[in-house]
Design a protein around this ligand. Structure first.
Ligand SMILES: N[C@@H](CCOP(=O)(O)O)C(=O)O
Length: 436
């Protein structure tokens, strides 16, 4: 399997190179080439298996001889020690795919744990030392912190926007210590992401440190996220209806992962891109014009992204242009009042407690099905456990909710972070100091 940069498709690199040097020097993003078409039969055969077995089968098809079958089996079974079950809200019509049963209670565990396993595999062979930089608007940071905590030869620096992640999300990134360092940035997620991207193309920094990313700019954070679409398909195919997925979207990695597995042959009829007021992709779908804008803070903070990294990947996946994009993806967005009302109504109507992002996914799915009147079966991705947003969820529902023990214990831990302005040079100096 080789990878091309979206900015120079003629030049390709190996899987190991794409994994460790996550961002090509030309500032494009890596994409697999060719993206293997495994076919609908392949997916029909594996879709009923566990997440770990699905991950194993797809990884085997992607890596070929590059990694042994035994190593891939070990990697996928260690990474996916939890399931991604479907909960049916309205059987045959509306389901949620719960992606929050991993260590950090968010869908990012899937990509972060697979990537950590892959990096350990290559590092053990080559004795590599790596510095991972990651920008987070809430969920990636916690998953990466937990996925890479105490992984030998790996140091993680997490940048997050101060005051713009939930209290428990912040505790997940700032309390582990050891090889995990948090940088609290006076700015937005987009500022954090811009700093990280600048670091990857800074020749001076790259002579001192071997830098890698655990954001969805890293193609190996993204590829495993395709596995749970297959797991979901296996749980709803009994309805013998076309399947539509509604994906809460910020950086659009999750939707790109779905689009990738669709192109590999998974029968997906349509995607709904569901988001908040940071709606540059729904606006593109409506108008054909793609215009990034500064992000605004919302109650669904993990989607507060004004310049989504993966739009370029989606454009490459639907490379025949705007019409093909629109044929495959519809966009819906909701403001905070609509989000709160949706959370309340979903609890009243289905008895389901949804985090704000999941509620937006469910609302987008319902809106798409109602508007098109198609007899599809719909799956909304439940991206995070509602307790990660405990104060908001309790305020909206008017009652206390249960917090899983692994999150509850963080509440009393002391946060440790380095506070910096949204300034690349300050970050660079601070990073060099913290690693020396
Ligand atoms: N929504 C994300 C933002 C970063 O996205 P990623 O998929 O590129 O890691 C978050 O929760 O941090």
């Amino acid at each position: 399997m080789r990878f091309y940069s979206t900015n120079s498709p003629q030049q390709t690199v190996s899987a190991e190179e794409a994994l460790f040097h996550s961002l090509p020097a030309d500032k494009g993003l890596y994409m697999p080439t060719p993206l293997p078409h495994l076919g609908a039969d392949f997916f029909e055969k594996i879709a009923g298996q566990s997440l770990a077995d699905i991950g194993f089968e797809i990884s085997k098809a992607l890596f070929g001889d590059e990694i042994s079958t035994a190593d891939l089996e070990n990697l996928t079974h260690q990474a996916f020690s939890f399931d991604t079950p479907i909960v049916e809200l309205e059987p045959g019509k509306t389901s949620v795919l719960e992606l929050f049963h991993g260590p950090s209670l968010a869908f990012k565990d899937v990509g972060a744990r697979y990537m950590a396993g892959l990096m350990s595999y290559y590092s053990n062979r080559n004795d590599k030392e790596v510095n991972i930089l990651v920008a987070t608007s809430g969920d990636t940071g916690g998953a990466v912190a937990m996925g890479f905590h105490n992984v030998p030869g790996v140091r993680v620096s997490i940048l997050y926007p101060t005051g713009r992640v939930s209290e428990l999300q912040e505790k997940q990134l700032t309390t582990l210590g050891g090889n995990i360092q948090a940088f609290e940035v006076d700015g937005s997620f987009d500022d954090c992401q811009a700093i990280v991207k600048q670091a990857f193309v800074d020749p001076e920094l790259n002579t001192h440190l071997s830098l890698s990313s655990a954001n969805s700019i890293n193609i190996f954070r993204l590829i495993p996220q395709g596995f749970y679409y297959v797991r979901a398909y296996g749980q709803v195919r009994k309805y013998s209806k076309p399947v539509v997925f509604s994906t809460p979207s910020g950086n659009f990695g999750n939707l790109s992962a779905g689009a990738m597995v669709q192109q590999m042959g998974l029968p997906v009829a349509h995607f709904v891109a569901a988001t908040n007021l940071n709606n540059v992709v729904p606006a593109y779908i409506k108008t054909g014009l793609y215009a990034t804008k500064p992000s605004v803070a919302t109650v669904s903070n993990a989607m507060d992204v004004g310049s989504p990294s993966n739009f370029v990947r989606l454009s490459h996946l639907y490379s025949d242009g705007y019409d093909r994009f629109k044929e495959n993806v519809s966009g819906y967005f909701y403001d905070d009042d609509e989000t709160r009302a949706g959370m309340q109504r979903i609890d009243d109507q289905y008895g389901y407690v949804a985090c704000p992002h999941t509620a937006i996914g469910i609302m987008g799915l319902e809106a798409y099905l109602a508007e098109t009147k198609l007899d599809y079966t719909g799956v909304a991705l439940a991206t995070a456990h509602p307790s990660k947003f405990k104060p908001l969820v309790e305020e909206v529902l008017g009652r206390p909710i249960r917090v899983p023990e692994r999150l509850a214990i963080l509440a009393d831990r002391d946060k440790q972070s380095i506070r910096i302005p949204a300034d690349y040079e300050v970050f660079k100096e601070s990073l060099l100091q913290s690693v020396s």
